[in-house]
Each structure stands twice: as C-alpha cells, then as structure tokens.
Design a protein around this ligand. Structure first.
Ligand code: IDP
Length: 141
C-alpha cells in the first residue's frame, strides 16, 4: 500500500478533555506518524472556509461555532494507507454508531462534539493539508 498523508484535527471537545496525547498515541500504535502538528484557535472564518463543502447543510453554523469554540490540534499523519486507516481509527461520525474501540466511541460525546476530523479522500487530504501547513512545516520520519 502507498505511503499517504492525511489531515487530522483533534477537536475542541477532545482538547478540553485532555486526551490529545491519548488520541495521538492511537495513531502511532496503528503505524501512522505525526509529520506536522500545531495547536490553533480557529476563528469562525477559518472554520467556515475549512468546512465550506458543508455550507448548505443545516448543521453548518453549529459546526463552525463548535470548531471555533476552543483550541484544536491540527496534524498531518503519514503512513501506509493513512487516509483510510485514520478514518477506521476515528469510527463513525455519530459516536453512538461508532464501533467499539474507535476514537469516537471512546472519547466523543455527540455527533457535533465528536473528538476528531480526518480527511475522507486523497483529493480532500491534499487540500486540507495545504489549508493549514506549508511544505516546509511537514517532516517525514
Ligand atoms: P466526518 O467528520 O465523519 O467526515 P461529515 O459528514 O463530513 O463527517 O461531517 C463533518 C462534521 O460535521 C462531523 O464530524 C460533525 O462534527 C458535523 N456533523 C455532521 N452531521 C451532523 C449533524 O447532523 N449535526 C451536527 N453536526 C454534524
């Protein structure tokens, strides 16, 4: 399988719960490595542009408010099949439907405060990584 990069965000609910390290550790244990990482407090505009693909959805305003409600950790994860592997580790969007042992099953409270974001395709990953990081901020192990 090819080495890929994907964008992960540890959302405000998970940062507030002090489980950043616990979540990063799951990525590392699954064979992904952190190629870039930064704590940020997104503005409404930052969140709005990042989630622009969802702008017609009824939850868009709520999603942008939540994502700018506190600090997040944005990170680039790298490894074999990183995009799908990260989605697998995250679990379903709604933590009530997330498989046992996934990050959302273990750390998320609700469909909006659901602990993590992960890119859903190679195209999305490339755009999302470039939204937050320049090439010189990304380090291969
Ligand atoms: P994903 O994060 O699992 O890829 P998406 O469908 O891309 O899920 O939705 C993006 C984010 O929007 C979700 O992670 C969640 O925070 C939020 N979201 C999705 N559906 C709802 C909803 O029905 N109500 C509130 N927030 C939602």
């Amino acid at each position: 399988m090819a080495i890929e990069r994907t964008l992960s965000i540890i959302k405000p609910d998970a940062v507030a719960k002090n489980v950043v390290g616990a979540i990063l550790s799951r990525f590392e244990k699954a064979g992904l490595s952190v190629a870039a990482a930064r704590m940020m407090h997104l503005s409404m505009e930052d969140a709005g542009r990042f989630y622009a693909v969802h702008r017609a959805r009824p939850f868009y305003g709520e999603l942008c408010s939540f994502m700018s409600s506190g600090p997040v950790l944005v990170a680039v994860l790298e490894g074999e099949g990183a995009i799908a592997k990260n989605r697998e580790l995250m679990g379903a969007t709604n933590p009530k439907e997330a498989a046992p042992g996934t990050i959302r099953a273990d750390f998320a409270d609700s469909i909006d405060a659901n602990a993590v974001h992960g890119s859903d395709s190679a195209e999305t990953a490339a755009w999302e990584i470039s939204y937050f990081f320049g090439q010189r901020e990304i380090y291969t192990r």
